[in-house]
Design a protein. Structure first.
Length: 59
């Protein structure tokens, strides 16, 4: 197994959401599946989320 740094992006109606995870998997496709599964598990705790970083730029 190899380690992968996976960044997933979801385009939503009100913005974009990025999920970044370091995972171990056999290949890149499997790494994406593992990262997606981890994100899905975290959705159960979404009410407890808080953002620890922000980057705000004027338009």
């Amino acid at each position: 197994m190899a380690k992968f740094h996976v960044t997933l992006k979801a385009s939503l109606s009100d913005g974009e959401f990025y999920w970044v995870a370091d995972v171990q998997a056999e290949n890149e496709d499997a790494a994406m599946a593992v990262a997606e599964a981890r994100f899905t598990r975290q959705l159960e705790n979404a009410a407890k989320w808080s953002f620890s970083e922000a980057d705000v730029e004027p338009l």
